[in-house]
Design a protein around this ligand. Structure first.
Ligand code: FAQ
Length: 334
């Protein structure tokens, strides 16, 4: 239900078989379009591997947006003022909207939303590691805006030029909204750091200490260990590699931390004149893979919340279907 999927699959779910000569011609035309920097639309021929790679990345991205609503939703009833509550509610609603644009983009590749959500609920599909960490204090909410949304923007702006047009189009709007999210988080922390009590400043520092390293892991494994980067960059799905994006994020964030008055929890962080970048310490990749593998602090809680929302929302889906059937059965007005 609610699907915008097009009938692009063969009967058994695989791409329809093609004659070798036809396939070669289609492949050559596709490669030439990618090389020329053209956008690929949903109805255009594309290699099966390109389709699957996009479906994997876009659906994981969509799942991240809706799972990402949960750590922040935890603080709606405890926001310190009406203004902060209204901002937080708007942000969480935006994340839900991002999920919807992205599910719609993924559906154009031939999977229904039900299939995509089934993969999430059964643990077959991934979502971003970052959302498996808890939000312990109000300062975590500002820190998510500043660092998590900041990392998300760094990663997502290049996707506005992704070779698959429906994904690129969705990302343009998402990035505009993420930019507001990042600023509201930074503003919330700035108020606590500049006008707050010593306890509030300590709370901000503690939140930054806990979120810094997981945020650097959001960009994915080092390039040398990244399964998909090389091929995805050849196809113009990814424009900048995991390590290069991570470096860009560190370089931008160090300056913001100085203005904020917080210390980033890395004794190895220092400006390297020769490289023209900040050097930084080693990430704990064992922790990353543990979290990705389901053993993070909140993995079970997050998945259970999504499954519960799906089950409790069954009556809404049934009512919407019944209403749609009723409307379809009505004679057209003269
Ligand atoms: N978490 O070969 P690569 C947000 C997996 S949205 C979990 O490098 P790829 C907004 C990867 O899937 C945040 N798994 O993979 C918001 C692969 O496994 P697979 C999400 C990860 O795809 C803010 C394996 O490791 N953003 O924050 C992670 O080329 C605040 C090997 O990795 C996007 O999804 C990870 N962090 O590069 C919402 C952006 N990293 O599938 C609420 C779009 C890697 O083979 C509140 N996605 N893996 O089983 C991308 O740019 C890419 O997919 C990467 C990973 C860069 C995430």
């Amino acid at each position: 239900m609610y699907t915008q999927a097009m009938d692009t699959m063969g009967k058994d779910g695989d791409a329809p078989a093609l004659q070798t000569a036809d396939q070669q011609a289609l492949q050559a035309r596709f490669d030439a379009r990618i090389d020329a920097g053209d956008f690929i639309e949903a109805k255009d021929w594309m290699p099966d591997h390109y389709r699957k790679t996009l479906l994997r990345q876009i659906s994981q991205h969509a799942h991240s947006e809706i799972v990402g609503m949960l750590p922040e939703g935890n603080w709606v009833t405890r926001a310190p003022s009406l203004k902060r509550k209204a901002i937080l509610l708007a942000k969480i609603q935006d994340e839900g909207g991002h999920g919807l644009y992205l599910y719609a983009a993924a559906e154009t590749l031939g999977s229904s939303r039900d299939q995509l959500l089934h993969a999430l609920h059964t643990g077959k599909a991934k979502y971003s590691s970052i959302f498996n960490y808890p939000t312990l204090t109000w300062a975590d909410i500002g820190t998510i805006g500043w660092l998590v949304d900041g990392a998300a923007i760094m990663n997502q702006v290049p996707i506005c030029r992704c070779s698959y047009a429906p994904y690129a189009r969705a990302m343009i709007r998402i990035c505009r909204e993420e930019s507001f999210h990042q600023r509201q988080g930074y503003d919330s922390l700035l108020v606590m750091m500049q006008e707050g009590t010593p306890e509030q400043r300590a709370m901000v520092q503690d939140a930054v200490n806990r979120w810094w390293w997981p945020c650097l892991m959001m960009f994915g494994p080092p390039d040398a260990e990244s399964t998909h980067t090389a091929q995805s960059m050849r196809w113009g799905i990814k424009r900048i590699s995991n390590d290069d994006l991570r470096q860009k994020f560190v370089d931008a964030t160090v300056e913001q931390a100085k203005v904020l008055g917080v210390t980033l929890p890395d004794p190895h962080l220092h400006w390297n004149e020769a490289r023209g970048h900040y050097d930084f310490g080693h990430l704990d990749w064992d922790e990353f893979w543990r979290v990705v593998g389901g053993e993070g602090p909140c993995n079970r809680e997050r998945l259970a919340a999504r499954v519960n929302a799906w089950e409790e929302g069954a009556w809404v889906r049934e009512a919407a279907l019944a209403h749609a059937a009723k409307v379809a059965a009505q004679p057209l007005a003269a």
